[in-house]
Design a binder for this molecule. Sequence first.
Ligand code: UD1
Ligand code: CA
Length: 461
Amino acid sequence: MEKYVVVLAAGKGTRMKSKLYKVLHKVCGKTMVEHVVDAARGVNPAEVVTIVGTGAEDVKKVLADKSKFAFQEKQLGTGDAVMTAREELGDKDGATLVVTGDTPLFTTATFDELFKYHAEKGNAATVLTAEAPNPFGYGRIIRDDQGNVLRIVEQKDGKPEELKVKEINTGVFCFDNKKLFEALKHVNNDNAQSEYYLTDVLEILRNAGERVGAYKMPDFSESLGVNDRIALAQATKTMQRRINEQHMRDGVSFVDPDTAYIDADVKIGNDTVIEGNVVIKGNTEIGSDCYITNGSRIVDSKIGNNVTITSSTIEESEMDDNTDIGPNSHLRPKAIIRKGAHIGNFVEVKKAEIGENTKVGHLTYVGDATLGKDINIGCGTIFSNYDGVKKFHTNVGDHAFIGAGSTLIAPINVADHAFIAADTTVTKDVNKYDMAIGRGRQVNKPDYWHKLPLSQDKDWD
Ligand code: UD1
Ligand code: CA
């Protein structure tokens, strides 16, 4: 039987109090609606239709070709939202999974089980339910004495007796597709919120003599619906635990998994060790046998094998195998650290390639530069790349030696095997095997101490 998926993502999300449209809030670096769509695509549906409304263009951009879209002009309720998919899906034979776009924790496995249960029972509608520790805000599942599902009652419509029920509507349903769209025609908005509720379809189908049921999940945590920032933080915590546990199963060690914040799409090789208070975000790939200490933050970067990152920040950069950085250094966008290179402490690198086995040990700024291999950059070297208007480039050849405290004023070329004496301000190109020295000459004045004001009131030997 063909499967279809409808994702509801047209609501504004008033309770988030946000400029950002609700389903675009991120959980571990990925928007909620992408989490939902990705999990739903795991069931191999023939089609996924996402209902968009407020912020439609932004949602479409995020999902791109992962989904088709239907436009809900006014947010008249979840039932009206599903109805907008009618043109796309209305006449299809099959089973349709309906999911709300603000429930980011559902897994493909759960959707698969729901489909299976729905088919086994021969239901026209099956709602996925869970026992909520605090059911406030969710629709409640109302059953008769035999346990048959009668209907779903929303928080704002429930009688006190009904609101005591802890079994909730997770917002996920499986429907016989044609019966769903037929029943939707009969949904009205005669309720506390004057909305067309999808949840009413259950009672409508039941009254029409169709089989209606519920599949109860063993664990509530997957079904958390995110309506406010408190739930957003809870969802993030649950998702983070899930992500880190998967990495651990794949051979990554965490010293304190509770404080390692790893985004959903990050890849990490085995035998890498991650200490507490580490943040790894976005489209980042980390190799095997790396060691990443507390306080490190790595964003959209590619890290090779056997790399040590000590309390440093790395953004949109690359570190090849057998490199190291830190403590307290910063790779800004487009820093490329080639094999075996060493970036020590308090070093900032921006838009620069550091060649193989080159060492930049201490207190240095390298910006807009190409460095060859086996170079030593002395402490406190400054690549002066900016005249206030434009940026200029510096080249340093293989085996060059840049003495401590030097300033290289770009544009400048320092050839292979060039030697820059310490504290030189380099303003002219330096040829191969040459030494450049450009510093104020030192003058020593004998016995000058006694002429200084500070010597006056005392008798010095
Ligand atoms: C809904 C369910 C509730 C369930 C809960 C689970 C209804 C009437 N209520 O309540 O039983 O326990 O989800 O999380 O279905 N949306 C649209 N168009 C609309 C209205 C909503 O696309 O006109 C989308 C929203 O973007 C959201 C989803 O539907 O992604 C759910 O809407 P929301 O307002 O959050 O419903 P809840 O009050 O949480
Ligand atoms: Ca919700």
